[in-house]
Design a protein around this ligand. Structure first.
Ligand code: HEC
Length: 89
């Protein structure tokens, strides 16, 4: 009898801990969004790692071995100039 109570307590403690520690992982086909909508593209394809504000703190960031770059600081990290490849600039 006492053994059953202990097992129930361990299972309860484990599932309560798992509910707090485990983020919800959604798996499925990638959603296609129009290329003409840049904010929607960012939110769909990039924000999961880089975060909605681009600061590198999206919900998947903790699962990566390398921290996603803070995209709001690209120019600052390159001497104040955005490192694009646009011809003629
Ligand atoms: C699976 C997670 C993940 C997704 C999704 C993702 N990134 Fe990243 N990104 C990273 C990580 C991690 C780094 C840092 C890599 C490094 O430092 O070597 C990075 C680096 C970058 C950098 C380099 C910044 C710099 O200063 O060097 C750019 C730009 C970038 N990402 C843009 C994007 C864009 C745009 C998207 C969406 C189309 C995107 N990323 C989607 C994880 C991700």
């Amino acid at each position: 009898m006492i053994r059953h109570v202990l097992v129930a307590a361990v299972v309860l403690a484990f599932s309560a801990g798992a509910a707090v520690a485990q983020p919800k992982i959604e798996k499925g086909p990638i959603k296609q969004v129009p290329v003409s909508d840049a904010p929607l593209m960012f939110n769909t394809y990039c924000a999961v790692c880089h975060g909605k504000e681009g600061k590198g703190n999206g919900p998947a960031a903790a699962a990566l071995s390398k921290v996603p770059a803070d995209l709001t600081r690209i120019s600052a990290r390159n001497g104040g100039k955005f490192p694009d490849l646009t011809p003629g600039r």
